[in-house]
Design a protein around this ligand. Sequence first.
Ligand code: ZN
Length: 286
Amino acid sequence: MSHKRNSTKVDESTTYTLVDFFQRIPPGRQVQVTQAFKSLTYNRIEIKSPELQLYCDNCKGLRFFDGSYGTIPPIKFGEYYNIFFNYFCRNCEISHKIFAVRVHVRDKEICHIVKLGEIPSFGPPVPNHFLTLIGDDSHLFLSGRQCENQGFGIGACAYYRRIVDQQWQKLISEILRVSKGINADKEIITTLESSLSEHKFKRAVEIVKDAIPPVLLINGHNPITFLYSSTSRGIHELTDSECLEIATSIRTVLVELSIKIKQALSNKRELIEAMNKLNSKKKSKQ
Ligand SMILES: [Zn+2]
């Protein structure tokens, strides 16, 4: 159960709680955690399994999960322990999350801890319609996410930027489809149409920078302009963690945009259906 060897480096400048560790730290990154233990009798300590807020696939949202783990040998300072934590959604009691972690117990306050893996995989879920939207490039996205989850910022950035480079026309056509569907300003529609005849992303962005229906803005910003600025910036001089930040924001904007497109189109469909029902009721009364 216990091992003396340990190869990964720990960043001791930041200390996390066990909850932060489980919820926010991807597998493979060893961190320093405080208050991970509770005292038992006879000077013994035990590692906690705190309640977590995780995405439940079954309840379709963030829910509280309760956890436990099997029997481990009595904890001694300086030792390593490999532990499987089992978590269940408190709401549906169906969704299950497993963390395999290795804990190096320094003393009763501090331990160094790393996830050996987690199932389902780390990070927010990727909506299926997003993978359908990007079609053949979905394998690039999944590779990018793997890099991002393991903290490989340069790799993640390269994969996500490749998707944006290859998919910007598709994204603009989807924005055009929404604009037509929701009867956006005529000017927005003609501007989007003319940007699609451009072969260079830069030129297309200059054209569409003010032409986006407000329902597709992300925090008040045009997602296409954002994607362009994050892919046009040179990353050669940036550190891995700076690249990781860029990668995370590209991924967030891509997924968020696809969610907004889907919502706008389905709101439009619901509206048409409601109008049709209303009209047919009126007709039957006449
Ligand atoms: Zn649930």
